[in-house]
Design a protein around this ligand. Structure first.
Ligand code: SF4
Length: 403
């Protein structure tokens, strides 16, 4: 059992902002999928508030509720009082990780994770990326490397990383110069997205510098409650990218975490980060037409997390012309979630994903674009399993076909 009263001075001001209005419900994929108040943002905050103020002893059930989060920016963005939901949840998870220990969390979630990775290639991929980051990018003696080693699966990762494949400098004919923050899922599991990113930026006239010394931006560890590791990674990347004015990313989850400073003080990196489509909107012109029906999944990490709303769709519409088709409820969640959600809560993730797959099939799109790498990988597996012919691609992969 764990006591939370020492969190009161840390969370008091932020928790007080929540007036329990419930306006986040309509933008809360977990609440909408479960209709369970305790899995929604308001319910999580009410439980937390009571536990912190009343000095209650909390156990597994409370811990489970605090880790049950898509880490979506939608509830927070639509909160009229500006309650910093993701920051609050990150801090309470940090407390739970510290007080229960990694072994305590492994006892709770370990079997679920093993079941998820044995049932899903996408889950295996995400788990293997996490294990790889811990083994290759964290200092010796960290608590994660040994704990995550059982999830290492070299077969789930790409044969070469994006940082191995990309040159440090990719020149272009234009005058713009940007640095590229790759993100861990792209680096280890989807380097083709990184290659497409550099290709389209070059086509738009940007020289792209991809510093080899960059590391995981820390977002994975924020979702796991290890804010110290996340802060150390953020500080490392802040130094690596210090000389650049513009830092571009093609992973919306990475971009959103950096832009919102979730990993802690990053010495101004958050102010410099932009999604690749923001830059392309200023200088990318397709040279050909996409010859199949294209739709767009409007992921919360890009839309609500990075506040990038118009650019991806405008670029895709320009590239696809009359082949662009609308996806019903395009802004509904994919079920991928950030961090361990789809590993810890696979049945709930599958419920959300099934609805998304249904809408993709109804759209009759051949390919659905998204700026969130996790959503691309997660939905591709779900579409294949459902026997659907449509496939996911990152937005830049489609643009790279016509540049
Ligand atoms: S988080 Fe915001 S929207 Fe949700 S119940 Fe609290 S005040 Fe209302």
């Amino acid at each position: 059992m764990t006591e939370l009263t020492e969190l009161l001075p840390v969370l008091d001001d932020d928790m007080t902002k929540c007036v329990k209005c419930g306006m986040c419900h309509a933008h809360d994929a977990l609440y909408l999928a479960s209709l369970d108040e305790s899995l929604g943002t308001r319910g999580q905050l009410m439980l937390l508030n009571a536990a912190v103020r009343e000095g209650a002893q909390v156990g597994d059930l409370f811990t489970e509720k605090m880790f049950c989060s898509l880490n979506s920016y939608d509830p927070q963005t639509n909160c009229p009082t500006g309650t910093p939901v993701l920051k609050i949840l990150a801090q309470v998870r940090q407390h739970l990780l510290k007080t229960r220990g990694l072994q305590g969390l492994a006892d709770m979630f370990g079997e679920r994770v093993l079941a998820a990775v044995s049932a899903s290639a996408a889950a295996r991929q995400r788990a293997a990326v996490l294990a790889k980051v811990a083994a290759a990018e964290l200092p010796a003696g960290n608590q994660w490397t040994d704990a995550l080693r059982p999830l290492s699966d070299a077969g789930a990762l790409a044969p070469a990383t994006a940082l191995e494949l990309l040159p440090e400098v990719s020149p272009a004919k234009g005058t713009g110069r940007v640095a590229y923050l790759v993100g861990s899922l792209t680096n280890y599991a989807a380097p083709e997205i990184a290659q497409a990113t550099v290709k389209v930026l070059n086509a738009a006239g940007y020289e792209v510098v991809t510093p080899k010394a960059q590391k995981c931006p820390g977002d994975l560890f924020v979702t796991l409650g290890d804010l110290d590791t996340a802060a150390a990674l953020a500080a490392h990347n802040a130094a690596v990218f210090a000389e650049f004015d513009t830092v571009v990313t093609s992973c919306a989850a990475t971009g959103a975490a950096v832009k919102n400073g979730l990993a802690g003080d990053d010495s101004g990196l958050s102010a410099k980060v932009r999604d690749v489509t923001e830059l392309l909107a200023e200088g990318f012109a397709p040279r050909a037409r996409l010859d199949r029906k294209v739709a767009y999944h409007d992921d919360c990490q890009l839309r609500a997390g990075m506040k990038v709303t118009k650019e991806p769709k405008a670029l895709l519409t320009a590239a696809a012309g009359s082949n662009f088709v609308e996806l019903a409820a395009a802004d509904s969640a994919s079920g991928a979630g950030e961090g361990p959600f789809s590993l810890f809560f696979a049945p709930l993730a599958q419920k959300i994903t099934a609805k998304k797959v249904e809408r993709i099939v109804e759209s009759k799109a051949d390919v659905v674009a998204s700026g969130n790498v996790a959503a691309v990988l997660h939905l591709n597996e779900a579409l294949e399993r459902a026997g659907a012919s449509a496939r996911m691609k990152h937005t830049v992969e489609l643009l790279a076909e016509v540049c």
